[in-house]
Ligand binder design. Structure first.
Ligand SMILES: NC(=O)c1ccc[n+]([C@@H]2O[C@H](COP(=O)([O-])OP(=O)(O)OC[C@H]3O[C@@H](n4cnc5c(N)ncnc54)[C@H](O)[C@@H]3O)[C@@H](O)[C@H]2O)c1
Length: 219
């Protein structure tokens, strides 16, 4: 497994935790040449590519009129273009390796209106639509493309949001209490869905948006 992230140290930490053949690779997913190099390395060192997870993402908290144009461009470059580039280079590599799976990380923001997340929602909606388009284009080549729509997941992302409040602990508890199942989604629950989508058991799951949100979009 090749762990790719802009933050080289974080990627190396995850690879070390995974152990075995896992390695890390520093990449800015908005840069085509860097994504191409990443996929070429995976194919060269592992003898092929089975699964690509497009997970990198950034957020901007703003309504549409409030969104700064440069922030819009950067968010689209990382979230939407980054996913496009990951698919552009991974799909042929997966096809040439005998088939496999692409898992894109969208969001519930692609499905329902989330306040103060205009650019983010647009990018995640784009990822959902691109997932469906690519799923239809490549299913006959043995490449299944799906996405996950997570709800509120307990990652460093949440820490950055709550850090902006006078009482971060209280803000965290309030966010958690708002979840229908009374807690945050865990990163492990998202990883489990990604592992399922990547597995042969998901052989008929094509172009799907798998919601993992503790009921957030059900009410
Ligand atoms: N945490 C949530 O509640 C939540 C909900 C729905 C969707 N998501 C999505 O899940 C994904 C992971 O988010 P997270 O919560 O773990 O956030 P996070 O900020 O903890 O992790 C995001 C990772 O993306 C990396 N990254 C940022 N820009 C990059 C770039 N240009 N190239 C390569 N890597 C880059 C960061 O270094 C970081 O490791 C994102 O796509 C996010 O939109 C998160």
């Amino acid at each position: 497994m090749l762990v790719a992230d802009l933050d080289a140290e974080a990627g190396a930490r995850v690879a070390a935790k995974l152990g075995g053949e896992a390695a890390s690779h520093a990449v800015d997913v908005s840069q085509a040449g860097q994504v191409r190099d990443l996929i070429e390395r995976a194919v060269r060192e592992w003898g092929g590519l089975d699964v690509m997870v497009n997970n990198a993402g950034v957020g901007v908290a703003a309504t549409t009129p409030e969104t700064d144009e440069a922030e819009w461009d950067r968010l689209m470059d990382v979230n939407l273009k980054g996913t496009f580039l990951g698919m552009k280079y991974a799909i042929p590599a997966i096809r040439d390796s005998g088939g496999g799976s692409v898992v894109n990380i969208s969001s519930v923001a692609a499905l329902v209106g989330v306040p103060d997340r205009a650019a983010y929602s647009a990018a995640k909606g784009g990822i959902l639509s691109l997932t469906r388009a690519a799923a239809i284009d490549h299913v006959a080549e043995g490449v299944r493309v799906n996405c996950i729509c997570p709800g509120t997941v307990d990652t460093p992302w949440i820490g950055r949001i709550t850090a902006g409040y006078p009482d971060p602990q209280a803000a965290r508890a309030a966010m958690e209490a708002r979840q229908p199942h009374g807690r945050f989604v865990t990163p492990e629950e998202i990883a489990a869905m990604a592992a399922y989508l990547a597995s042969d058991e998901a052989g008929s799951v094509v172009g799907a948006a798998m919601i993992v949100d503790g009921g957030l979009t059900a009410r």
